[in-house]
Design a protein around this ligand. Structure first.
Ligand code: FAD
Length: 438
């Protein structure tokens, strides 16, 4: 079956990785991407594998859940993780990338590959004439989403995320802002805008009274993903919620004054040239005029030039516990696989990871080989187990976290020592993958 052509829908993070994996196994791939003919509302380029919001993929530290997933992906031969490392910009322990460099490198690899045909076309119906990987993402076009809904027979679920604004570095006032990393860990690559109590209260007052963009009728029962809440939603929970969340000041000391402030807004480098910085945890759905007023009330950002405003977006995902095997194969059609955020895994790293797995498993299925199912002592195995076995009625997207991994068989003392426990959990995954041949 080596000559079979495989169709991959969506040249995003998952689809690009899946296509490259299929090509590695010797398959010809038609990779369909609707941009630039049709856009999603969040993507701004016609490039494959575009990072639409933050440029950070989270921690690289293997004792962090997302970090462990990255190590596993490297061990299993992910193409995009390698490219991310080649496109890295400073961000402490996190893997943050220059999104332009990253997408260009992915596009080059696809074009140079020789087996992948990148076709600019919107797919409106799941193809029936060849094996398929659907990797059309959280912003799957409406026509295809309707067809998936019809095919699965299940109700689609929608909830909402929001994007953080980006500002120009040269417009930041460094008389007030300062570079530091929390507790001085790693390189001091974050820019911090400090607030005293009075400044915070003024900022909070603007935020809580700021007008939001009206939701459309069908969006009114929006369910937010808890770890990506808009800043105004967090603020509505109480005056101090932000100070214990994205504006946490602890461990961020301005060396010029020696002061730990009342609240801090952190900015993370967004491009290699370090000319653009995004506001960490500041995803928002406020009207653009209100965003400007709010950002300009942050000490250090009084005159900030806003390069991109925050927006809110739809997130579409299927009911994986009902529809998918842990290999990402569709239960009711064996030559159909799903990958990326549409499977209900959440995040850039997770989308690439599921793209990798779907690519490998589609290839192995077509070659008549045993598909790859990792145990839940690995982060990827745990993610697959979670999305395919959790209660379908309450299924919500999930990102890498220690809660889904099989517990350690260790004594209570070790289990209570979080650092040691995480080290042992990641070592367990490494040990497994070292002996693992596929
Ligand atoms: C606005 C927004 C902000 C996000 N912010 C973050 C963040 O900060 N951090 C994080 O970790 N995750 C974030 N995510 C979640 C997630 O990690 C990203 O969406 C990620 O890009 C998902 O990867 P994917 O491959 O599943 O989808 P995508 O990367 O979106 O790729 C899907 C591709 O399919 C194409 N497509 C859609 N429909 C069709 C069709 N019918 N025919 C052909 N092509 C089609 C799209 O144009 C797109 O290129 C965000 C998501 C969104 C939508």
């Amino acid at each position: 079956m080596g000559n079979t052509r495989v169709k991959v829908i969506g040249a995003g993070l998952a689809g690009s990785e899946a296509a490259l994996q299929l090509a590695k196994y010797g398959f010809e791939v038609d990779l369909y991407e609707m941009r630039p003919l049709k856009t999603t509302g969040a993507h701004t380029t016609d490039k494959p594998a575009e990072f639409v919001c933050s440029n950070s993929m989270g921690s690289l530290d293997a004792t962090n859940a997302s970090g462990l997933l990255k190590h596993e992906m490297s061990a299993l031969g992910s193409f995009l993780i390698n490219i991310a490392k080649e496109s890295q910009v400073p961000a402490g322990n996190a893997l943050a990338i220059d999104r332009t460099v990253f997408s260009q490198k992915v596009e080059n690899l696809i074009n140079e590959n020789g087996k992948i045909n990148l076709i600019r076309e919107e797919i409106v119906k799941i193809p029936e004439d060849s094996p398929v990987i659907v990797a059309s993402g959280p912003l799957t076009s409406e026509a295809l989403a309707d067809n998936i809904k019809e095919f699965t027979g299940a109700e689609h679920l929608h909830f909402f995320d929001a994007i953080a604004p980006v500002v120009e570095k040269d417009s930041i006032n460094f008389d007030k802002a300062f570079y530091a990393s929390r507790y001085d860990k790693g390189e001091a690559s974050y820019i911090n805008c400090p607030m005293n109590k009075q400044e915070y209260e003024k900022f909070y007052d603007i935020l809580i009274n700021a007008p939001k963009i009206e939701l459309k009728e069908f969006e009114k029962d929006a369910k937010f993903f808890e770890s990506c809440l808009p800043v105004e939603v967090l603020a509505s929970r109480g005056v101090d919620t932000l100070r214990y969340g994205p504006m946490k000041p602890v461990g961020l000391v301005d060396k010029r004054t020696g002061i730990e402030n009342y609240a801090v807004v952190q900015l993370r480098q967004d491009n290699t040239a370090a000319t653009m910085y995004n506001l960490v945890g500041f995803q928002t759905n406020l009207k653009w005029g209100a965003q400007k007023e709010l950002l300009h009330a942050i000490p250090g950002l009084e005159n900030a030039n806003i390069l991109r405003y925050g927006v809110m977006h739809r997130n579409t995902f299927i009911n994986s516990p009902i529809l998918l095997e842990p290999t990402l194969q569709c239960k009711k059609r064996k030559d159909l696989f799903f990958a990326g955020q549409i499977t209900g895994t959440e995040g850039y790293t997770e989308s690439i990871a599921t793209g990798m797995l779907a690519g490998i498993n589609t290839a192995r299925f077509l070659k008549g080989q045993k598909q790859l199912v990792l145990p839940d002592i690995t982060m990827l195995g745990a993610l697959m187990k979670y999305i395919t076995t959790c209660e379908p009625k309450h299924f919500q997207p999930v990102n890498s976290n220690w809660g889904i991994v099989a517990p350690l068989e260790a004594d209570k003392k070790i289990k209570k020592n979080k650092k040691l426990k995480n080290e042992m959990l990641s070592q367990r995954s490494f040990d497994y993958l070292k002996t693992f041949v596929f």
